[in-house]
Design a protein around this ligand. Structure first.
Ligand code: ZN
Length: 147
């Protein structure tokens, strides 16, 4: 694999787009610092706010923090992907995404996830897997458990 191919695998156009223009990024000063999730190997840091509607579906997810292109793009794409899902569906999506990137499930699982397939190449770079999954780990602990 050449350096250029490796770069292309990591930084798909959609990843760069979401890094340059993150969706649903906000100042979440009301979310306690104890809810901050960090990836020390890269310096990524994130906290989330999950808003459910009356039907207990995800109405909005916002994120705050700073990180590399992979972690920021993953958080941004995640916020768009979750809208309208039930808590159980959101949890299942996060679990599959994390397992596929870690190689615990076939990485081709990402093919059925729309834009999230852009992260398939990240699975080849274990250090960057932590960047791509940070927001999803934060999601799993930010989703309410009483639904
Ligand atoms: Zn990172």
């Amino acid at each position: 694999m050449s350096a250029a191919e490796a770069f292309d695998d990591l930084y798909q156009e959609i990843v760069l787009d979401h890094y340059r223009s993150p969706r649903n990024r906000a100042h979440l000063d009301h979310v306690p610092e104890s809810m901050v999730h960090e990836n020390p190997t890269c310096g990524d840091s994130i906290k989330l706010e999950v808003v459910l509607d009356d039907a207990r579906k995800v109405q909005a997810v916002r994120f705050d923090g700073r990180g590399c292109a992979i972690s920021t793009a993953s958080a941004s794409l995640m916020t768009e992907k979750l809208r309208g899902l039930s808590v159980a569906e959101a949890r299942a999506l996060a679990t599959t995404f994390i397992h596929a990137l870690r190689g615990e499930e076939p990485v081709d699982e990402l093919d059925g996830m729309g834009d999230l397939a852009a992260f398939k190449g990240v699975a080849k770079f274990p250090v960057r897997v932590k960047c791509a999954t940070l927001a999803w780990h934060a999601l799993l602990v930010s989703l309410p458990t009483n639904v």
